[in-house]
Design a protein around this ligand. Structure first.
Ligand code: GLC
Ligand code: CA
Length: 541
């Protein structure tokens, strides 16, 4: 397999609403992002995954698109976008656009037409079922609570929406829909974007009558066609969001022959702190041994025959330092530990804005501060089902998407330097302590730890290409693994918990150099959340 640029790359996700506001309306925008590119260049990343900036009524903050080929005025103009692509390119950074292809906004012209009559040529762009108003076609549920079907009285039909009712599902069985999508993607490719992130792409082969949502029987036919008509005409980084993917699925999605994508986001590790068979709001403590098993499984299964993406965080997930680290006494150590553990693996790492600063979850005392439709709908739904306010807020503070959507903490000035206006969602009050300005020039900061990890990956091929072997497999507190590529060997050892653990004498680090750690000086033990990364035959230092 020929090496691909994205195999040694590190990506950074920007949630535009919350990154940097340039015009004091309280909402981040493209001009704001451009003004922060030097920061990202310093961090050393190669690609920016940009959450959606296309025209959208913002019911799901951009994941409800009403025009795929224009920028929402709230974020700027197409001109700003071209400028962002060019300015990023100057710094060696590719822009990866977020494509929402499973559904549009109900305000998209296609849907407005589709709703006019059953004979309209756009009607079949969406998924309709006859029936009567008293009951939806079946019990399929929407991800944002309630039925996945919405009644349209004028047509006497139901339409499918797997997310909010303002996000009607597109009908991929209609070839005209697929062709429109391919045309649109090629148009973005011509504008110079470096890749795409494909929102809930495993849902496009749905067969709602059989209650099939993810992984439908026609899914891979459609994705082969999609890739052939678009991505294969360029040298792109393409990552699919696939909640349902197993390693077997991921080998198809990320086949090195390039027939589908570069890689997928899979969520097996992310779901290890919820009750089995329930949803994310039903909290359970993290099963650490399962975490070791899941990472080991994905590392081994995809080696040489597929490609992993590596992430703890994104705009849908709580902040990792609050979730599986310790955001109090050991915030700095545990944030670095989580970084070293993840970035030592094979795959393309993704950093979500603020993760590189050890930003923590925001907490909400009531629904008043919440902005996310998912949390607000769930709150109403569970209240009506008899859950207590307290239980519901507990779930939201653990798993809600707003927790990681508060503004980027740039400095200690008002609103963390994010906006001169009133931010659309409140800034986390800890911004005076946790912010970029205090970290970028500090060699011991979390930011510097991420910067060093990125630099190490670029100069040491063992990061991108080494194989994987787990060590101390049965140890319930320590995660240790070894990787090897040509003359290089790497060993990562982390203590995932706050009690000290024995280390020296248990693994062999002879001939290796300590390339990075989160404590000063080596000790015989692994101290609370200690992480060490050793390399044999290191390059670049
Ligand atoms: C994806 C996005 C999420 C969005 C959903 C519907 O999971 O990451 O933010 O709400 O798809 O588009
Ligand atoms: Ca703005």
């Amino acid at each position: 397999m020929a090496e691909k640029w994205w195999q040694s790359a590190v990506a950074y996700q920007i949630y535009p609403r919350s990154f940097q506001d340039s015009n004091a309306d309280g909402i981040g925008d493209i001009a704001g992002i451009i003004s922060r590119l030097d920061y990202l260049e310093k961090l050393g990343i190669d690609a920016i995954w940009l959450s959606p900036v296309c025209r959208s009524p913002q019911d799901d903050f951009g994941y409800d698109i009403s025009d795929y080929q224009d920028i929402d005025p709230m974020f700027g103009t197409l001109n700003d976008m071209d400028k962002l692509v060019a300015e990023s390119k100057n710094r060696g950074i590719a822009i990866v656009l977020d494509l929402v292809l499973n559904h549009t906004s109900d305000e998209h012209p296609w849907f407005i037409e589709a709703k006019k009559s059953r004979d309209n040529i756009y009607h079949d762009y969406y998924v309709w079922r006859d029936g009567d108003e008293s009951a939806p076609p079946n019990g399929l549920l929407a991800a944002f609570s309630g039925s996945a079907w919405e009644w349209v009285p004028e047509l006497k039909q139901w339409y499918l929406h797997q997310f909010s009712k303002k996000q009607p599902d597109l009908n991929w069985d209609n070839p005209a829909v697929r062709q429109e999508i391919y045309r649109m993607i090629r148009w973005w490719m011509d504008r110079g974007v470096g890749g795409f992130r494909l929102d809930v792409i495993d849902l496009v082969g749905k067969e709602p009558d059989r209650l099939i949502t993810g992984n439908g029987p026609k899914l891979h036919d459609y994705l082969h066609e999609l890739s052939k008509e678009t991505f294969q005409k360029g040298d792109l980084m393409v990552v699919g969001e696939t909640w349902s993917a197993s390693t077997e699925d991921a080998k198809i999605y990320s086949n090195p022959d390039g027939s589908e994508f570069s890689m997928v986001f899979q969520f097996e590790h992310i779901m290890l702190d919820q009750l089995p068979g329930k949803d994310k709001w039903d909290l359970a403590p993290l099963d650490f041994m399962a975490l070791k098993k899941v990472f080991t499984h994905w590392q081994k299964e995809l080696h040489g025959v597929g490609w992993n993406s590596l992430f703890w965080n994104n705009h849908d997930l709580p902040r990792i330092v609050s979730r599986w680290g310790n955001d109090k006494e050991y915030r700095v150590q545990s944030a670095k530990m989580l970084a070293i553990l993840l970035h030592g693996l094979q795959g393309t790492p993704y950093i979500y804005q603020g993760e590189e600063l050890g930003m923590t979850n925001a907490t909400f005392s009531s629904t008043e501060g919440l902005r996310d439709i998912e949390s607000l709908n769930m709150h109403a739904d569970r209240l009506s089902k008899g859950y207590s306010e307290e239980e519901i807020m507990k779930s939201i503070n653990a798993k809600g998407r707003d927790n990681a959507r508060t503004p980027m903490q740039w400095d200690s000035s008002e609103n963390a330097g994010f906006t001169l206006g009133t931010p659309w969602i409140e800034v986390n009050p800890n911004y005076k302590e946790i912010n970029a300005a205090s970290q970028t020039d500090d060699e011991d900061s979390i930011f510097s730890c991420y910067r060093k990890l990125i630099a190490l990956r670029k100069t040491n091929p063992v990061f991108a290409f080494g194989d994987f072997a787990i060590l101390l497999e049965d140890d319930p507190h320590v995660f240790t693994y070894k990787r090897q590529y040509k003359d290089q060997e790497m060993l990562v050892a982390v203590n995932f918990f706050s009690q000290e653990e024995p280390f020296f004498g248990r693994v062999d680090t002879s001939g290796m150099k300590l390339a990075l750690s989160n404590y000063k000086g080596e000790s015989d033990t692994l101290r609370p959340y200690e992480a060490r990364l050793y390399i044999a035959n290191p390059r670049g230092f």
